[in-house]
Design a protein around this ligand. Structure first.
Ligand SMILES: Cc1cc2nc3c(=O)[nH]c(=O)nc-3n(C[C@H](O)[C@H](O)[C@H](O)COP(=O)(O)O)c2cc1C
Length: 446
């Protein structure tokens, strides 16, 4: 690895981040001008839209707004300025040592990158972090592979300074193996996470991932052993239960809490559901109300509107974004921006039309979105983004592998453009970076 090359790439990332902010803010100013900024907090209150948590945040002076962007918007009736710390955060190397206290602090209304096998690699995580994600995770890594020193497995655990804080997720069944693997990996990880939700048949057959939800005793043994072996914080990622007849997320969270786990992420589906069917936010809300450890929600959160609604409804500590970030890592910025804006609007009595749906979970079709905020960056931005993403991939994987790996990202980034399928086919035949860049740069809106 040549660290200087990574630094240079990273400074290009900061540049494209700034051009994103410029485009976003331009759109946002126009959007905001459509509103009458009247004092409407009373109405929100009467409608029962404010929950105890948002009120609590309002009342506390210490609102944490870590990655807010500078926006300075004025219209005839009001002016709104969000403080910016983004430049500081982006320019500083953020390598905190997490402990249970700092972890809790980090997780206030946080937006977190989901572990995604085959997707959330170094490049994905660096981009996620740059656009505002509080916490990254590696994809799941076999504890057996780590224990037996498998080179390919160990490669997955590499974390660069530009993507921290980053947890390493492991999977397995045997407490001793998981603990040994965690011990080996904790040196480079900021957090160790154990996968207890993966529904892939191969993983279930090895009594790992989602299978563990059928064996609470084993979960307890694993958590005790791993917790006693490592010094870094421990987290788990679970689902609601094995199936709807066996919902045990609350029980598992209580076990985790008793074992000293610092964070639980719940994907609001059962293992049997795989990745389809509704996400049940109501059940997550129930778990959150009964445990003390921070709870992060995962599942189908694909817009700032939805993130705000889900956070408000469940009163969870943060949202995890997975599939919605593929090819559009700027979603981390947009979600954070609206969380911060919402908190700010509550604090300063501004009506920005950010209405939340207090019935979420009972009637999923009734999402009220705040006035059709549909920002999409320009094609020029996407082209710059794509070229840079590819260059990062080349840095980490080498040219041949990177260009192949980029095919799926190409499809995600340019999903909505005309001739998308023809371009994808063309791109799939390419092996060299220079040819790939040429294809990307030749894309036009026509
Ligand atoms: C392609 C893919 C790979 C995934 N890999 C992992 C993984 O390695 N570890 C894990 O805990 N969850 C994994 N998940 C689950 C996601 O982290 C997330 O919980 C789930 O996709 C729901 O969130 P989303 O709707 O935001 O994608 C994966 C999901 C997908 C679609």
């Amino acid at each position: 690895m040549k660290p200087d090359t990574l630094k240079i790439l990273y400074s290009s990332l900061l540049k494209i981040f700034n051009s994103y902010i410029y485009e976003f803010n331009t759109y946002f100013k126009e959007y905001l001008n459509e509103f009458d900024l009247i004092n409407d907090l009373e109405k929100l209150n009467q409608a029962g839209i404010l929950n105890s948590k948002s009120l609590g945040i309002l009342n506390s002076k210490s609102t944490v707004v870590p990655n807010s962007q500078l926006i300075n918007v004025t219209n005839s009736k009001s002016s709104l300025i969000l403080n910016s710390q983004s430049t500081n955060i982006l320019n500083s190397k953020f390598t905190p040592t997490l402990n249970s206290k700092s972890l809790k602090q980090l997780l206030k209304n946080s937006v977190i990158t989901a572990p995604l096998a085959g997707i959330s690699d170094n490049t994905f995580r660096i981009f996620a972090k740059a656009f505002g994600s509080y916490l990254n995770f590696t994809e799941m890594i076999s504890s057996y592979g780590v224990y037996y020193n498998n080179k390919e497995t160990l490669k997955l655990s590499f974390i660069s300074d530009f993507e921290r804080p980053c947890g390493i997720q492991i999977f397995g069944f045997q407490p001793e193996i998981l603990a040994e693997a965690a011990k080996i990996l904790e040196e480079s990880a900021d957090l160790i996470d154990i996968n207890m939700g993966c529904p892939v048949p191969k993983v279930l057959k090895a009594k790992s991932g989602g299978y563990l939800l059928t064996d609470e005793n084993q979960i307890e043994k694993i958590l005790k052993k791993v917790k006693n072996t490592i010094n870094k914080p421990l987290s788990i990622k679970i689902r609601l239960g094995w199936d709807y007849n066996n919902i045990n997320a609350l029980k598992v969270c209580q076990i985790a809490q008793d074992c000293g786990v610092g964070l639980v992420t719940i994907h609001g589906r059962t293992v049997k559901q795989g990745f389809s069917g509704d996400v049940n936010y109501e059940k997550i809300k129930e778990v959150k109300s009964k445990v003390k450890i921070p709870v992060i929600i995962s599942g189908d959160i694909d817009s700032p509107q939805k993130a705000l609604n889900v956070l408000n409804y469940t009163e969870c500590d943060g949202v995890m974004i997975g599939r919605a970030a593929r090819g559009r890592l700027w979603i981390f910025h947009d979600i954070l921006f609206f969380i911060n804006l919402f908190l700010k609007s509550l604090k300063d009595n501004l009506n920005l039309g950010l209405e939340l749906d207090s019935n979420l979970g009972f009637n999923l079709s009734s999402f009220k979105s705040f006035k059709s905020f549909n920002f999409e960056p320009s094609l020029d931005f996407k082209k710059e983004f794509a070229v840079l993403y590819l260059k990062f991939l080349v840095f980490f994987l080498g040219e041949e592998k990177a260009v192949k790996e980029f095919r799926k990202h190409f499809a995600w980034i340019f999903k909505w453009i005309k001739n998308a399928s023809k371009l994808r086919q063309e791109f799939n035949t390419i092996a060299k970076l220079s040819d790939a860049v040429e294809v990307i740069e030749s894309i036009n809106s026509g």
